[in-house]
Design a protein around this ligand. Structure first.
Ligand code: SF4
Length: 414
């Protein structure tokens, strides 16, 4: 049995600045919802946020709120509320937790940010089904409940190459959103402002990529568990200067760690790739479990999903279409396997952990033979752990611990 040591994880100093800009973001959203002059849009995580920002909308991301419900361990009790109105316990537990919170009139925002009671009331809901159909169902429910318009992009899926035909399709769909958004915003789309917003998103995404790639250092200066927290600005503030300023600061700190040979985990012995979503309610436990085994979980598909190299201010809408189509989750297994193989090499990975999240099949890549195929091709062993992003009834802590310990022992024997 691998010897478990006292967990040693390094705190990231920039965290305070991140908390501050996230707090400013939530208070601004709250103010926007109360102001007669401002409009609020809800947007899916890889929906057309650049377009919404360029049109002056304050943008709320329900998936971020749902992840907060998971991280605060409020989600599990709220999911049954949505089940009672017809949403199965087997579908997205972001959706069920978020609708459950609305039905119960509770929000983690109220605890974290005094004066904020709930997510901001929307003027419009805008989705992109590039990640899954659940987001459309989720937003459609709110559209009916709150009597607000719901519009969006129906994305192609499961393709290997992002072809011009696909980009044309999504470009046209984004363009078709503009008249409705202009009417709700009460202003015309300013092309220059859109170009500027896309340029800011591009810079943010580039810095976020560098932050994540710093983990190629040995030892890795940042863990997957840190990255799930520090990706907050990349998710909710892309297209703003605040996110760029934050990632410059974070990157500086991580580069210093690399120069000083400081790892996120003391005495790093093993390097793991995490495939799938985090278990939000178990971030701390999982982080401590791996640190205690001198194992760095240092890179993931999930956190890299907010790296969009295709944004181009010269072709704002077309490049948005290309970026949203380039997302890992939208692609075929052929693309995904090639992508993961490159990541395994770049980050010098010893083992892969697949999180099979019960309620998110789209982000669970262990169900159609991928672990076996990748293991055969790369020789890198893998472990599948069963769990969920938000529903802790699907998580067995004991089984996870036993399986992870056995897996690390197997790595040591190799
Ligand atoms: S990708 Fe998964 S977690 Fe995200 S909204 Fe869709 S079903 Fe939910």
């Amino acid at each position: 049995m691998a010897q478990e040591k006292q967990p040693q994880r390094k705190k990231i100093e920039a965290t305070g600045q991140m908390m501050k800009i996230m707090s400013d973001y939530f208070y601004d959203l709250n103010d926007a919802a109360k102001s007669p002059e401002r409009k609020v849009a809800w947007c899916t995580s890889v929906g057309p946020a650049e377009l919404l920002r360029a049109m002056g909308f304050a943008v709320h991301f329900p998936e971020n709120h749902a992840a907060m419900l998971g991280a605060t361990r409020m989600a599990t009790e709220l999911i049954p509320e949505a089940n009672t109105i017809g949403y199965s316990p087997d579908i997205c537990s972001y959706l069920t937790a978020d609708i459950g919170a609305y039905l119960k009139g509770v929000s983690p925002l109220a605890k974290a940010y005094p004066g904020i009671e709930a997510p901001p009331h929307p003027d419009v809901l805008v989705y992109n089904t590039n990640q899954c159909r659940d987001v459309q169902d989720w937003f459609s429910w709110y559209a009916k409940e709150l009597d607000v318009p719901c519009i969006g992009i129906t994305s192609p899926k499961n393709f290997t190459d992002v072809s011009d035909i696909l980009i044309d399709d999504v470009t046209r769909q984004i363009e078709a959103l503009i008249p409705t958004l202009e009417e709700i915003a009460g202003q015309k789309l300013d092309e220059q402002r859109l170009r500027d917003t896309v340029a800011l998103s591009r810079e943010c995404t580039e810095l976020w990529r560098q932050v994540l790639e710093s983990a190629a250092g040995t030892p890795a200066p940042i863990s997957f568990f840190d990255a799930t927290i520090h990706m907050g600005p990349a998710v909710v503030l892309r297209g703003t200067q605040q996110a760029i300023d934050y990632y410059k600061r974070l990157l500086g700190e991580l580069q210093q760690r690399v120069a000083d040979g400081v790892g996120a985990v003391d005495n790093e012995k093993h390097r793991i790739y995490w495939e799938g979503m985090p278990v939000w309610g178990r971030l701390r436990q999982h982080s401590e479990l791996f640190a205690g085994l001198q194992t760095s979980v240092l890179v993931s598909t999930y956190c890299s999903s907010w790296v969009f190299p295709d944004f181009d201010a010269e072709q704002p809408i077309r490049s948005m279409a290309k970026a949203y189509l380039g997302l890992f989750i939208v692609r075929s297994d052929t693309y995904k396997e090639q992508y993961i193989k490159e990541m395994l090499k770049k980050f010098k990975i010893d083992g892969i952990i697949y999180h099979d999240a019960k309620t998110c099949p789209c982000n669970s890549n262990s169900r159609y033979g991928m672990p076996q195929r990748l293991e055969q091709e790369t020789g890198i062993p893998s472990l599948v752990i069963s769990g969920d992003l938000n529903d802790l009834r699907c998580v067995s802590d004991e089984q996870t611990r036993t399986n992870v310990e056995a897996f690390i022992e197997q790595l040591e024997e190799r």
